[in-house]
Design a protein around this ligand. Structure first.
Ligand SMILES: Cc1ncc(COP(=O)(O)O)c(C=O)c1O
Length: 385
């Protein structure tokens, strides 16, 4: 039985937009680096879930954890896992924290996680799956957690606070040093979601001094960092780093049917190693300096776009600190945000609307010349009104 004629398959796939033109500005994923795509395809059958069969790939995962760990001062006692993306990493992080901490509470206590309103939806999913109460704290006009309200939200059942390093909406980073102090004062864990920002902030000048995205903050139990966003490898590729092995041990299961009966601390059993290998291949080729160059070029282009939009009368409510930008239209502007969004999509430029702003994620294929094309189009759209 044939469900779809071969030509229909081609037709359907032709409907997809492609990243390479540099006109997708709505996604935190992008075209992978060519070197990474090549390594990915060559290693498509590697399975991190079966380390007896794929002992070499298991070693690659350890090396990738060391590289990512180095960016965040992961202690030598630290460990981690390469997963399918940021959502799985955040869910796994809360799963480990819940299991590690719940012994101290009565079974009837609803365990609570305090998080800024800006957190990614994966924390709502995690709370639902794990039976946790997610307490969302209002954010400041700078789109960071309100520290006073975070402290007010803490109860005797709080087991962790979430800090975000690179919010989905505007790329902002929470005051991690202050959150760390709060966690230490109350003796609970902190998880940092750096799914996007984890491979951005470490490459910016003065990053450590400014942001302190680091395990040197003693309350930090775990950090999410995706390799399929700013790591420039094909999907799926997420990463989770743990301060020490007590966290993965709290969610460990043995697989009796596989050779060597491996222990797993991951949601999935079969786990592709292709993007992990792709990351190591790319890192070996371009290294810290290569990532630094890509990141700084994306951020420079984002600041260029922000300035040019402002010149045209748009409002940038939050100055971008990384390569994510939100822009509002003032009341007297010829086009409002939904209209502008629609017209740009019609012309093949994808943006999204977040918190009333037109949101642009500037990834490597979107070079300055491409942004100049976008600005030309914007000028035409304004003139036509
Ligand atoms: C801050 C943050 N965390 C987590 C995620 C979820 O990542 P994924 O889509 O890879 O599951 C995203 C996705 O955009 C994100 O921006």
């Amino acid at each position: 039985m044939q469900f779809m004629a071969p030509n229909q398959l081609e037709e359907n796939l032709a409907m997809d937009l492609t990243y390479s033109k540099g006109q997708v500005l709505s996604s935190m994923n992008s075209k992978a680096h060519n070197l990474a795509s090549k390594a990915f395809i060559e290693n498509i059958t590697k399975n991190l879930g079966d380390p007896s069969l794929f002992s070499g790939t298991a070693k690659v995962e350890k090396q990738v954890i060391r590289i990512l760990g180095h960016l965040f001062d992961l202690p030598t006692s630290g460990t981690g896992a390469l997963l399918t993306g940021g959502s799985e990493a955040n869910i796994t992080a809360l799963w480990a924290i819940r299991n590690k901490r719940r012994g101290k509470f009565r079974l009837t206590d609803p365990l609570e996680i305090v998080a800024p309103e800006s957190v990614h939806i994966s924390f709502d999913k995690a709370a639902d799956l794990l039976g946790l109460k997610l307490v969302k704290v209002p954010i400041t006009p700078k789109y960071q957690i309100n520290l006073k309200l975070a402290e007010d939200a803490i109860t005797k059942n709080t087991i962790a606070i979430i800090g975000v390093a690179g919010t989905t909406a505007f790329g902002t980073i929470d005051p991690l040093i202050d959150l760390n102090t709060l966690c230490l004062d109350h003796q609970f864990d902190m998880h940092i979601d750096a799914a996007f920002g984890g491979l951005v902030f470490p490459f910016l000048p003065q990053s450590k001094e400014t942001h302190f995205l680091s395990f040197d903050l003693k309350a930090v139990a775990s950090i999410t960092v995706d390799i399929h966003k700013m790591g420039h490898v094909p999907i799926p590729g997420g990463g989770l780093l743990w301060r020490n092995t007590s966290y993965p041990k709290a969610i460990q299961f043995t697989l009796p049917y596989l050779a060597g009966m491996p222990k797993q601390s991951t949601i999935t059993g079969t786990r592709s190693g292709a993007s992990t290998i792709a990351f190591l291949s790319l890192w070996n080729e371009i290294g810290f300096e290569g990532y630094q160059e890509i990141v700084n070029s994306c951020v420079k282009n984002t600041l260029f776009l922000a300035k040019e939009l402002e010149k045209r009368g748009l409002i940038i409510p939050i100055e971008p600190s990384i390569n994510i930008l939100g822009a509002k239209t003032p009341r007297e502007f010829p086009l409002d945000v939904p209209k502008l969004h629609k017209k740009l999509w019609q012309k093949g430029w994808t943006t999204s609307i977040v918190n009333g702003c037109l949101r642009f994620v500037i990834m490597p294929p979107t070079r300055k010349s491409k942004l100049e094309e976008l600005l030309l189009l914007l000028d035409q759209l304004i003139d036509q009104q």
